[in-house]
Design a binder for this molecule. Structure first.
Ligand code: C2E
Ligand code: MG
Ligand code: MG
Length: 470
């Protein structure tokens, strides 16, 4: 009871304070945001951490005035940092589930942003999964309004709450914050969860924030798994605004960024297609443009498209057998043929031994769908993400594979050529649909050099045998 009356006094008096914990881009180690964490400076008991009084505030309704103060204070601090000449960073505040049930929560947030004159994306709100126990539809509609306002939304402590994942597709969120209990743990199982959360988020086009980073090892692991942002004691403990301003980047530093961007083109190539041929073109291009650095990334087409939507790549060439939301610059279709080794004998007595790309690859799905539709019994004898690996397995007589027809004429190493042959229709294998591929580009600011590169790649692909322009 006494803590409650103390808390009432604390809200009226000036005992509440926000500490800030900076958040870092894991690749560049630059500060990109800060989380505001509430502290209660109790006149007798000293600093009381939020976990010791937020539940009480929620039970007594004091959370409404506390929460309003927190949003106002974070916006005020954002303005002050801008006025002091720091680069803009997003300040995220934690929101209790009950706050979102308030009818005027949205207007509180909008007024705070307008009063301080900050850009809406400089305010972030962190909500937890507990939010969705109550009135889910109402919660989602408030979050949508806030998102339309331009505020950034994160789902905090992800992985510890309710396991219904279906709501993730309905939420208008920008980021998932991986709960610190997984990251701070050294157990293999915890990191299996971290990996899965990051993959899930990437496929949904969400950025991930790793919390509770206490060691450099955590930074390296998270970077490797494709996590974007990190926060934790390894970088900095939460501290008052005047302390944190010591690590914030100054506006001046910004000048170097656009130059850096203009010089690098990040290109994704499909490991599941004719990458080596495209690679040769890119190397030629690099030789002609010594002022522009090309960074090449190889991955499955689906993963490349995720990276494109997350802003990690500038141009992507990917297999395209399904409709996508990405902007296609050029698209092609190429014929696909069955191949086997010269020594391979077709037999109807056994399931067909098939050489495939790993699960998740659109090329594999296409081949499997054709076999199943034709009711051909088959089993996978070898799989490799790289077309060269597939060719070698075919040459050594392990089974049959489906490849783009261009591969036979252009990409087969000469020592394999005599060992492989194309299987004709007479041998009873199902017909394969043509394979589509496309060049994608999500970044609207079309730099001249990028256009030139895309043109060169289009030219190469257009001139390949078997390619049908769409
Ligand atoms: P949270 O939002 O998940 O915040 C992260 C917590 O982890 C913070 O604890 C932070 O100090 C701590 N932390 C950060 N890095 C590390 C690390 O590397 N190692 C360890 N061991 N801990 C780390 P804090 O400040 O005690 O806050 C606890 C919780 O209280 C927050 O968890 C949040 O749920 C809640 N909270 C904080 N401020 C507010 C607020 O203004 N409103 C509401 N509703 N809740 C708040
Ligand atoms: Mg938080
Ligand atoms: Mg958290």
């Amino acid at each position: 009871m006494s803590l409650q009356s103390d808390l009432e006094l604390a809200v009226k008096g000036e005992q509440l304070e926000l500490h800030y914990q900076p958040q870092f881009d894991l690749q560049t180690a630059r500060v990109v945001g800060a989380e505001a964490l509430l502290r209660w400076n109790h006149p007798e008991h000293g600093v009381i951490p939020p976990n010791d009084f937020i539940p009480l505030a929620e039970d007594t309704g004091l959370i409404f005035s506390i929460g309003r103060w927190v949003v106002n204070e974070a916006c005020r601090q954002s303005r002050l940092w801008r006025q002091e000449g720091f680069q803009p960073i997003t300040i995220s505040v934690n929101i209790s589930a009950v706050q979102l049930q308030q009818s005027d929560f949205y207007s509180q947030v909008r007024e705070a942003i307008e009063r301080e004159g900050i850009r809406p994306y400089l305010l972030g709100l962190e909500v937890t999964e507990s939010l969705f126990v109550e009135d889910m539809d109402r919660t989602i509609s408030v979050l949508k309004l806030l998102k339309d306002l331009g505020v950034e939304l994160s789902l905090d402590d992800f992985g510890t709450g309710y396991s219904s994942l279906s709501y993730l597709t309905k939420l208008p969120i920008d980021k998932l914050k991986i709960d610190q209990s997984f990251i701070r743990s050294s157990e293999r199982e915890s990191w299996a969860i971290v990996r899965t959360i990051i993959q899930l988020a990437r496929s949904l086009g969400l950025k991930t924030v790793g919390e509770g980073i206490e060691e450099k090892l955590h930074v390296d692991r998270l970077c490797d798994l494709g996590c974007h942002i990190g926060q934790g004691y390894h970088y900095s403990r939460p501290a008052p605004a005047n302390v944190i301003s010591g690590v914030l980047p100054r506006e001046l530093l910004e000048v170097t960024t656009p130059k850096h961007k203009a010089k690098h083109l990040r290109i994704g190539l499909p490991a599941d297609y004719l990458s080596s041929h495209l690679q040769a073109t890119l190397h030629d291009f690099q030789n002609q443009h010594s002022d522009c650095q090309l960074d090449l990334y190889f991955d499955f087409s689906a993963h490349l498209l995720d990276s494109l939507s997350l802003g990690e790549l500038d141009v992507v060439i990917a297999l395209d057998n399904a409709p996508t939301k990405y902007r296609k610059m050029q698209a092609w279709s190429t014929t696909t043929v069955w191949i086997a080794s010269q020594t391979f004998e077709m037999s109807r007595d056994y399931p067909l031994p098939v050489i495939l790309q790993p699960t998740g690859c659109p090329y594999r799905s296409m081949v499997v769908a054709a076999l199943n539709t034709a009711e051909t019994s088959w089993h996978c004898v070898y799989q490799s993400p790289e077309i060269e690996g597939v060719q070698k397995a075919v040459a050594s007589g392990m089974g049959v594979a489906a490849v783009p027809s261009t591969l036979l004429s252009l990409n087969t190493p000469s020592e394999l050529l005599g060992l492989i042959h194309q299987i004709g229709n007479a041998e009873g294998l199902p017909e394969l649909p043509p394979l589509s591929l496309a060049i994608y580009d999500i970044n609207r600011d079309a730099a001249a050099i990028k256009n030139e590169l895309v043109e060169q790649l289009s030219h190469v692909i257009n001139n390949m045998e078997g390619v049908v322009q769409l």
